[in-house]
Design a protein around this ligand. Structure first.
Ligand SMILES: Cc1cc2nc3c(=O)[nH]c(=O)nc-3n(C[C@H](O)[C@H](O)[C@H](O)COP(=O)(O)OP(=O)(O)OC[C@H]3O[C@@H](n4cnc5c(N)ncnc54)[C@H](O)[C@@H]3O)c2cc1C
Length: 427
């Protein structure tokens, strides 16, 4: 270590820190989720040496959303990957169907949008990440290390210079002029630099679980996202080809009440919302089949410091409302690559470049989080706290009949509040 260098947390180099090797790269990306993977791919395509460190040994993980929105598909198309992605097993949906008080309501129809991809493309996230990793591996400047758990940041004179990660064989060091923390909602990198996100609590939590497909459920390849509401409970149901991925939404902080009421009570509540699941819920026999996801939303006031940038959920945890988290993480990656590829290649990344990434992405994040907050607090909170089955107010139905207005929500879901493109010279 050179003079003035430190490791965070307060760890000095010692005999115990038996570093197995030290590698160098131009950009070290921490976290192989949608944001980190897309950034690494885009940089490698532009001949920027990039090393991607992912703590897991594979891309299978607890449910995190399977949705590829039109904006991501347009981005993939700009780099020639939309067509190959369509070769993988997928389903398409044109808008969610809400089931309320014996009626259905499909407020959003993406087919009216001006895009070559007017649908949400559903693919298990693990398959999507494997696809991006395989594409990135075609570029000699890309290096992926799986099972690499980043534990420390290396800092010299207030500048981040690299990371240390724990692999199966011990500690390794990666030195880089830029470290990008794309390590998700519980970001270790964010914690190590001491950035405190401003948190907004959502009024709900979600239990995720699978239900089996039963023959006759759904025509092959059609795909469905359903939302059912009844007596203060909601179900979000995603078709995952071989099984249904279900999110059971309930008021925040009531998980222990569900446990106390018991599994039979939960099964009944699921069937109350979706009577078609009467047979399916018999497969739910153990609480281990459920994972609890505490829904929150947050945003870091600052996304960068010398030698370091945060993107995706590490910079701003998105609520699942509208399913825009993957979209935003990928858009952050595209903007970061547009701004940083040339300076990284030339070894002259300035603090102002990192600030530019935040300023281009922060306001779309603020706007969407405000919208998500309004939906959560004004609509979902009252639905979750009511014993009545909700009805769609007349003015909401009227809104979705006005041609000029009705596609605004669809456009936001499809593209976020600002459409992002891969720069021409990066295609
Ligand atoms: C319940 C729920 C449902 C959701 N549904 C949807 C949806 O339908 N559609 C949608 O668009 N979004 C959805 N989201 C949001 C979406 O999952 C995230 O916004 C998105 O995954 C963020 O991408 P990311 O790349 O920033 O982070 P992540 O996808 O979280 O990826 C971070 C990666 O970093 C790795 N990592 C973490 N720590 C380390 C470390 N120390 N060292 C190395 N690697 C590390 C992790 O293993 C992970 O692979 C949902 C979120 C929740 C909570």
């Amino acid at each position: 270590m050179t003079a003035g260098s430190t490791l965070t947390p307060e760890t000095e180099v010692s005999e115990a820190d038996d570093i197995r090797d030290s590698q160098k790269t131009a950009c070290c990306v921490v976290g192989g989720g949608p944001g980190g993977m897309m950034l690494a791919l885009l940089l490698a395509r532009q001949r920027v040496p990039v090393m991607l460190l992912e703590q897991h040994r594979d891309f299978d993980r607890e449910f995190r959303g399977d949705t590829i929105h039109p904006s991501i598909m347009e981005i993939l198309d700009q780099i020639g990957l939309a067509e190959p992605l369509h070769q993988l097993r997928h389903a398409k949906i044109y808008g969610p169907t809400l089931r309320l008080a014996n009626t259905t309501f499909s407020p959003i129809d993406l087919r009216r949008l001006k895009t070559p991809f007017p649908y949400i493309f559903l693919i298990p996230q693990a398959r999507f990440l494997e696809f991006l990793a395989a594409e990135a591996s075609k570029f000699p400047d890309f290096k992926l290390v799986m099972g690499a758990n980043v534990e420390q940041l290396m800092e010299e004179d207030g500048q981040v210079r690299g990371v240390r990660y724990l692999g199966s064989d011990g500690m390794h060091e990666v030195r880089a002029p830029l470290v990008v923390g794309a390590d998700g909602r519980f970001s270790r990198v964010r914690h190590l630099v001491g950035f405190e996100p401003i948190k907004t609590s959502a009024p709900m939590d979600i239990l995720w679980f699978r239900l089996p497909h039963i023959p006759g459920d759904l025509p092959e390849g059609e795909g469905r996202v359903l939302g059912g509401f009844r007596r203060g409970r909601m179900l979000a149901v995603f078709d995952r080809f071989d099984y249904w991925q279900v999110g059971y939404v309930f008021p925040k902080g009531h998980y222990q009440d569900l446990r106390t009421a018991g599994l039979e009570s939960l099964r009944q509540s699921i069937v109350e919302v979706e009577p078609a699941f009467t047979e399916h819920v018999k497969s739910l026999t153990d609480w281990h089949q459920f994972s609890l996801l505490s829904v929150e939303s947050s945003r870091c006031p600052r996304w960068f410091k010398p030698g370091l940038l945060l993107i995706g959920d590490a910079a701003h945890v998105m609520s699942p409302v509208g399913g825009v988290g993957i979209n935003y993480a990928v858009q952050d990656a595209v903007v970061a690559s547009n701004i940083l590829a040339a300076p990284l290649r030339e070894g002259r990344v300035q603090l102002s470049d990192l600030a530019k990434v935040q300023s281009e992405r922060e306001w779309p994040t603020r706007v969407i989080q405000r919208m998500q907050g309004a939906v959560q607090n004004r609509i979902l909170a009252s639905v979750l706290n009511s014993q009545e089955t909700p009805r769609i107010p007349w003015f909401v139905r009227a809104f979705f009949r006005i041609p000029f207005l009705r596609d605004i929500p669809a456009r936001i879901i499809a593209f976020g509040v600002r459409r992002v493109r891969v720069e021409e010279n990066a295609r």
